[in-house]
Write a protein that binds this ligand. Structure first.
Ligand SMILES: [Zn+2]
Length: 186
């Protein structure tokens, strides 16, 4: 995923939960971007599933065994790995690059064929089978695939849509908060 999504999604979610104050959340939020520092060194070792465990343990000890610091740093670091699940060296140094593809597509033509099948009207066309050909898959690649990927997203349209939704949700939260404070008895 691109940096802006890596940052805004976990920050927006944790703030929406309202369990931890904003200032503390924002203090640890840069950890959501930290794993991408390895972009300059093979793009693998900071994307290992061992990394959040190691770094959050260090944070826990540096903050004098602060549980909130440990929970927040683990959350932000694991969120990065989840948002990178499409193509990442998750089991570094014990495995290669894990590639997941759970995309499944359909089309209005497929819907029309299913409708024809249910109602018994019209011909059942071959296009219906295309959906079955696009099966999700899990693959592994050698470790150097992480550092030699031709392109890595910097900003995408999906990211833009997600960010707009986050902003819209924040606007909703702000408006309802204002309305509540206006109607509250003085
Ligand atoms: Zn990453």
């Amino acid at each position: 995923m691109e940096p802006v999504v890596h940052y805004f999604i976990p920050v927006a979610f944790i703030l929406a939960l309202g369990k931890i104050d904003r200032r503390t959340v924002l203090r640890y939020s840069p950890l959501a971007l930290l794993p991408d520092l390895d972009f300059f060194f093979g793009h693998a070792f900071l994307h290992s599933i061992l990394m959040p465990i190691a770094i959050s343990s260090i944070v826990y000890h540096l903050t004098g065994r602060n549980r909130t610091a440990w929970v927040l740093s683990s959350y932000f670091l694991f969120s990065h790995l989840i948002l990178d699940l499409g193509f990442t060296a998750l089991f570094y140094p014990f495995g290669g690059v894990l590639s997941l593809n759970f995309n499944l597509y359909t089309s209005p033509k497929v819907a029309e064929n299913v409708w024809n099948l249910i109602t018994g009207q019209g011909a059942f066309e071959k296009e219906f089978y295309t959906i079955l050909k696009l099966r999700p898959n899990i693959k592994t690649y050698p470790l150097d695939a992480a550092g030699s990927a031709e392109v890595s997203p910097l900003f995408t349209q999906t990211g833009l849509m997600i960010i707009l939704l986050v902003l819209l949700t924040m606007l909703f939260g702000w408006i309802t908060e204002k309305k509540k404070s206006r109607t509250a008895p003085k």
